[in-house]
Design a protein around this ligand. Structure first.
Ligand code: AMP
Length: 175
């Protein structure tokens, strides 16, 4: 059994031409779910992580159990208007239009070592915005971890240009 074999692909969702990599089939499988979390935990156990930050919403599903297993706290990075206390935000460009993600200003302390987690990296636009927010609060990014990389789209390369290390459990060719 591999993590990749448990990920379902839905062609042309949510739009024509997109191959949607659906992790719900991995999440519902107890062996697959544990394998995914355990692989991330064993990679980061020795890396002196202070906090795990997860990107809404699938980054929460992976990030929170990893944080628990590492014995550290979890920080949500959310779409605009969802966080109740004072936030700092970053706008980023999508294929059509602009989006914004936000973080609580007291979520990260100066110098903390942060592991950033999301389910998938495509263009890297979302993760890049999250990297900006974490750095704005004084956090240092140990690595960005994803279940899935789509290397042909180039998001991991984009993050590396910001001096950020990138890790993914599996990769799919194409878009
Ligand atoms: P991006 O900012 O382009 O790297 O997009 C990353 C975000 O969009 C992630 O939070 C993914 O959940 C979602 N996403 C983008 N492309 C796909 C895809 N082909 N399959 C599943 N999710 C995707």
């Amino acid at each position: 059994m591999t993590i990749k074999s448990k990920i379902r692909t839905i062609p042309h969702y949510p739009r024509q031409g997109i191959m949607f990599r659906d992790i719900t089939t991995l999440l519902k499988d107890p062996v697959g779910l544990r394998m995914m979390i355990d692989e991330l935990v064993s990679r980061y156990r020795g890396m002196k992580i202070d906090k795990v930050a997860g990107i809404e919403s699938r980054g929460f599903i992976l990030g929170a159990p990893v944080a628990v297993a590492l014995g550290v706290g979890f920080v949500p990075i959310r779409k605009k208007g969802k966080l109740p206390a004072e936030t700092v935000g970053h706008d980023y460009t999508l294929e059509y239009g602009v989006d914004r993600i936000e973080i609580h200003i007291d979520a990260i302390d100066q110098g903390e070592r942060i592991l950033l987690i999301d389910d998938l990296i495509a263009t890297g636009g979302t993760a890049e915005a999250a990297v900006h927010l974490i750095r704005k609060l004084g956090g240092s990014i140990v690595e960005c971890a994803f279940a899935i990389d789509l290397p042909d789209i180039g998001g991991a390369q984009r993050l590396k240009q910001h001096g950020v290390k990138v890790f993914a459990l599996t990769a799919f060719e194409g878009h």
